[in-house]
Design a protein around this ligand. Structure first.
Ligand code: FES
Ligand code: FE2
Length: 374
């Protein structure tokens, strides 16, 4: 018998301590009703990273992104204020800015040529004389809440009272401030498409290094697996490992240094991976029930020509680790569809981050469902 979405959500028990906890049910990864609900709740109410601050430093610079199915535009106005908009024309709903980043003097819709200023006001409407009761001032692009933290631009689709700082929390903000991320410079972006639900990728990230010795032999050789730590914040998890150089696999050892590796996950879908002088971020974008785009940005402290080869070698090590994860995520997604699996247990030593993720998800989905049903 088909169970209702309410039953599906309620079949997870968020009160169980880690020792007794189960994962969220397999159904949450394969039921299209869940991804719709996630769009309306998790991805609507959370602050979402949509691009980098370095992309929108100057007036006219913009970035576009798809968030929860919504086309989003963030642009710096002539007044230097950064604003976010739904990237949707007020005429007949075409996407106004179609490039993923760039610089413009004004924003022209490709469909019938309506133009908007960099501040989102409607300016030009060709062949539109004689239209009665048309209030141009009320037909600007619709704004969306936007804020910048460290190297990143965030938006939130639903306006409520939770600021980006509130969402991230003082504890996380202070930890990241101490890393002096402004000293790192972006050099490259890579996109990966995975054949799995977005939560499979996040679970894989949050398993406290559990899979590392089995799946990532190169990475394993530079991490001290037994010393791996997992620390949950309110809406983030920090996994950390000492970096070891003795006996490291050559390719990985050559590009991963410093004392510790820090792996931050910020609910629901943003990760910051930090080694001394090296950082990459992962933005996990659901593109369907079993399709996920992961956007990687790579940063280095030194981006001079002399170390170019070294930086590329570092990115390639990241790419190899990623391709190892791509295969296992596909395998898990298949397994989640099997009649032979409903949910699993969690390692107390390793999987506290996953437990936090599942409880936060449950909280958002349940609250969303309750408010829709009331
Ligand atoms: S839809 Fe944009 S001008 Fe018509
Ligand atoms: Fe992995």
């Amino acid at each position: 018998m088909k169970s209702s979405i309410k039953e599906t959500i309620e079949s997870y028990n968020p009160r169980a301590p880690l020792e007794e906890a189960w994962t969220i049910p397999a159904k949450w990864y394969i039921d299209p009703q869940i991804i719709d609900l996630e769009r309306r709740t998790v991805f609507t109410h959370s602050w979402q990273m949509v691009g980098r601050a370095d992309q929108v430093r100057e007036p006219g610079q913009y970035i576009t992104h798809y968030l929860a199915g919504e086309p989003i535009l963030v642009v710096r106005g002539s007044d230097r204020v950064l604003r976010g908009f739904f990237n949707v024309c007020r005429h007949h709903a075409a996407v106004v800015v179609t490039e993923c980043e760039g610089r413009a003097n004004n924003l022209r819709c490709p469909y019938h040529g309506w133009t908007y200023t960099l501040e989102g006001e409607l300016k030009g409407t060709p062949d539109f004389a004689g239209v009665c009761h048309f209030d141009r001032a009320a037909n600007g692009l619709v704004q969306v809440e936007t804020a910048v933290w460290e190297n990143w631009v965030f938006v939130k689709l639903e306006s409520d009272s939770v600021s980006l700082d509130d969402f991230l929390g003082a504890h996380l903000i202070e930890q990241m401030r101490r890393l002096n991320l402004e000293k790192l410079h972006w050099i490259e972006r890579r996109h990966y498409t995975l054949e799995c639900n977005w939560k499979v990728f996040v679970d894989n990230y949050l398993d406290g290094g559990y899979h590392v010795p089995h799946l990532h032999k190169g990475l394993d050789s530079v991490l001290d697996y037994s010393q791996y730590t997992i620390e949950n914040g309110e809406r983030f998890c920090l996994q950390s490992s000492p970096v070891v150089t003795a006996g490291a696999e050559a390719q990985t050892g050559a590009v991963r240094g410093g004392e510790r590796a820090l792996y931050y996950w910020i609910y629901p879908n943003f990760m910051i991976n930090w080694y001394e002088g090296v950082m990459d971020t992962n933005l996990v974008c659901p593109r369907g029930i079993d399709r996920t785009e992961v956007i990687f940005d790579f940063y280095f402290a030194d981006i001079s020509e002399q170390v170019r080869e070294h930086n590329i070698a570092s990115i390639n090590v990241g790419q190899r680790i990623q391709s190892e994860d791509v295969a296992i995520c596909r395998s898990v997604q298949r397994g989640l569809r099997s009649r032979g699996y409903t949910a699993g247990r969690l390692s107390v030593r390793r999987e506290a981050g996953e437990h936090l993720f599942h409880r936060l998800l449950h909280k958002d989905l349940k609250a969303g469902l309750d408010s829709e049903m009331s």
